[in-house]
Write a protein that binds this ligand. Structure first.
Ligand code: PMP
Length: 349
């Protein structure tokens, strides 16, 4: 037996099935391939880096962070933005610097299942504040949990995965007021939010303990490129430097992400089409009598009957892969192309 840490023994690694089926709607990827013009631009950008691969990349990824700040707007600047290999890595760095052994992280499940796993991996105690039966999270409940557990870091997820629903900004404000430590708002799906859903980026001024994490994996269709980022006070970005690996973002990743950002109009052009499919899935499932959570994301959580595992399997048998997130009676489906929606709705009936 190898001498693995006691607290990791017996755990299963995170992982949705990566099955080769015609319709893959299980990991909230963007179904649209990268447009040809952007493929070419990324190719050129990568080519330009190749001769210099004998050198380490810019450790501080300054040019990329400046581009990300410009994309985010809200008056953000390079020193308020940090980037890493996916927002998972960003969140791991936040836990390493603000939590870790002897410290506590609080989240409200069902939410993004990596938050407790990242806590575990960094030796952080995880406390679950739970959501209501209908997956809602009220300011009063959230504040009561924060006051009870006094966590060093709170994870909020808006729009929330796996439910899809964005948080009421009043919840974020109340948690910020009550929390003794850091508050992380995971906005991986922000670009898909319905009209009138504000980002927590607007709350950053004056809140040094607030961190908003974002990713290029979803709306940008850049999941394979692995680029996540955060916006926060400059002191937070400085603090994260203490735990980041030197040269963690390869020069190829930095160049590809910058080329993708330069072509953001072409990449983000799919967002409206995906929102249409999301809304179509919601209304058509409701029309058939399914309970469905409101969605501000590129996926939909729906009640699949008492045996969601059997429904998951039956959909897979018809070539449609959705996600069983471990919520009894519920399944999650990603909104993709119109023909993927057709295939999903057809298979479900
Ligand atoms: N946050 C949430 C809520 C997510 O659903 C995901 C992807 N499943 C991530 C973060 C991580 O994405 P990435 O590491 O690709 O940026």
């Amino acid at each position: 037996m190898i001498p693995i840490r006691d607290d990791l023994r017996g755990l299963k690694p995170y992982g949705a099935p990566q099955l080769d089926v015609p319709v893959r709607l299980n990991t909230n990827e963007n179904s649209y391939p990268v447009p040809e013009a952007v493929v070419e631009a990324i190719g050129k950008a990568l080519q330009a880096e190749l001769r210099d691969l004998n050198r380490y990349p810019d450790r501080d990824a300054v040019a990329l962070r400046a581009d990300l700040a410009a994309y985010l707007g809200h008056g953000l600047t390079t020193e308020r933005v940090w980037a890493a290999n996916g927002s998972n890595e960003v969140q791991q760095q936040l836990l390493q610097v603000f939590a870790g052994p002897g410290r506590t992280a609080l989240g409200f499940t069902p939410a993004y299942s990596m938050h407790p796993l990242l806590a575990k991996g960094t030796g952080t105690a995880w406390v679950d504040g739970y959501r209501a039966e209908d997956f809602g999270l009220s300011a009063a409940h959230a504040v009561a949990q924060v006051e009870r557990h006094r966590p060093d870091i709170v994870f909020l997820c808006s729009p929330n995965n796996p439910t899809g629903t964005a948080l009421d900004p009043a919840v974020i404000a109340a948690v910020l007021d009550a929390a003794p430590g850091m508050v992380v708002v995971d906005e991986a799906y922000a670009e898909f939010a319905r009209a009138g859903t504000p980002s927590a980026l607007g709350v950053l001024p004056g809140h040094e303990r607030l961190v908003v994490t974002r990713t290029m994996s979803k709306a940008f269709g850049f999941a394979g490129g692995r680029l996540g980022y955060l916006a926060a006070a400059p002191a937070v970005v400085d603090a994260v430097q203490l735990v980041r690996l030197p040269y963690h973002l390869s020069s190829l990743t930095q160049a590809a992400a910058r080329a993708a950002l330069a072509h953001r109009d072409a990449l983000l052009a799919t967002v409206e089409a995906i929102k249409e499919q999301r809304d179509r899935i919601v209304s058509s499932l409701r029309g058939r009598g399914f309970r469905v959570a409101d969605s501000d994301a590129n996926f939909v959580l729906f009640e699949a009957g008492p045996d969601q595992k059997a429904v998951w399997r039956a959909l897979l048998d018809r070539g449609v892969l959705v996600r069983d997130v471990g919520l009894a009676g519920w399944l999650r489906v990603t909104a993709g192309t119109p023909s993927e929606t057709d295939a999903f709705l057809e298979a479900l009936s």
